[in-house]
Design a protein around this ligand. Structure first.
Ligand code: BMA
Length: 325
């Protein structure tokens, strides 16, 4: 059972007859085209969240100079998105604009009354990637905080509430390039700026033999946290990004209770296998309806477009447990 809000208006499609997978694709994929922003070469690896009966999101777009920026968007149905043409402006705590959000792979998390965006940000002095953090009360004006970590780090994913009185963030220490290694770690913070008490969570391995990274914000369920993640294998023809899932302990979320051995979504369709970076399914967000157990999963496909897939929490959790390593 999902512990969270009822959101009866999230996108949903029943599993197609004959499908035996626990995660299935939306029949109208992709939902966001590569040219959804006038400047865009691609729109992918993006995050959405429910707000005031509708939906908002932070979208990654690489422009035609291959610069990476974040953009705000809104939607009534979470399928058709109206994305701002200009990158998300950032402010300091004095209210002065400091620039625009440069970087990639945003996640959005509501904790108490603040919407937090975490993303892969460039450390000052162009010293390499780390985790940027900004917050907003209204999803209009975003105040940027300190980067969470030293370089190099990616895939910073917050938990949607404090645990044991601390904010918790998953991340994946990495290198300055297309990192050929990587495990998921967890760090704690009393104030969202000072991060410490680091824990190791999960190794790469199995189908994700090169690296893994947290995906959407963990979903609270009865028996812990349902974490959907991406995992990567390196082949003779490059990297393959697939989607996996595990269940973390509720109070000590660095402890993995069950980790599903098979992947749950793997690049198969044309829009996942063909694009700027072929063979990528990269999940960054979910929308969930606690009453029905429906989960809508937003993922970037082939570093080019945004796609949608669905799961039911009970079926997904049973499958993870039945197929745990
Ligand atoms: C992310 C980013 C992307 C990359 C992608 C696969 O971590 O580094 O630029 O291509 O993985 O979607």
């Amino acid at each position: 059972m999902i512990i969270g809000n009822n959101l009866p208006n999230i996108p949903w499609q029943e599993k197609p007859a004959g499908c035996t997978d626990v995660i299935w694709r939306y029949s109208e994929n992709p939902i966001i085209d590569r040219h959804a922003i006038p400047s865009a070469n691609s729109v992918f690896n993006s995050a959405v969240i429910a707000k005031d009966g509708a939906f908002v999101g932070v979208f990654r777009s690489d422009n035609k100079a291959m610069e990476q920026h974040l953009f705000l968007g809104k939607s009534a149905d979470a399928l058709h998105w109206d994305i701002e043409p200009d990158p998300l402006p950032l402010y300091n705590e004095k209210g002065e604009q400091t620039g625009v959000a440069c970087g990639y792979d945003p996640r959005v998390c509501l904790i108490d009354d603040r919407y937090y965006v975490t993303w892969c940000n460039q450390f000052e002095g162009n010293c390499g990637p780390t985790i940027g953090v900004a917050y907003s009360y209204d999803f209009k004006k975003f105040i940027q905080l300190q980067n969470a970590f030293l370089p190099f780090n990616r895939n910073g994913v917050l938990f949607p509430r404090k645990i044991n009185g601390k904010y918790m963030m998953l991340s994946r220490p990495s290198d300055n390039g297309h990192t050929p290694f990587g495990d998921i770690y967890l760090s704690e913070s009393p104030d969202m700026e000072h991060w410490g008490y680091h824990h190791h969570v999960m190794n790469h391995g199995g189908w994700a033999w090169t690296k893994i990274g947290a995906g959407p914000i963990p979903i609270e369920i009865d028996e812990g946290w349902l974490l959907i993640f991406h995992g990567v294998g390196t082949t003779c023809n490059g990297l393959i990004y697939s989607v996996g899932a595990c269940i973390l302990d509720k109070d000590e979320p660095w402890k993995v209770k069950y980790r599903c051995k098979p992947f749950l979504l793997h690049p198969e369709t044309l829009y996942e296998c063909v694009g700027d970076v072929p063979n990528v399914c990269f999940p960054c967000a979910t929308l969930t309806d606690a009453a029905t157990g429906r989960i809508a999963i937003y993922y970037g496909a082939a570093d080019t477009v945004v796609a949608l897939a669905f799961a039911r929490v009970d079926e997904l959790v049973s499958y993870i447990k039945a197929n745990a390593e």
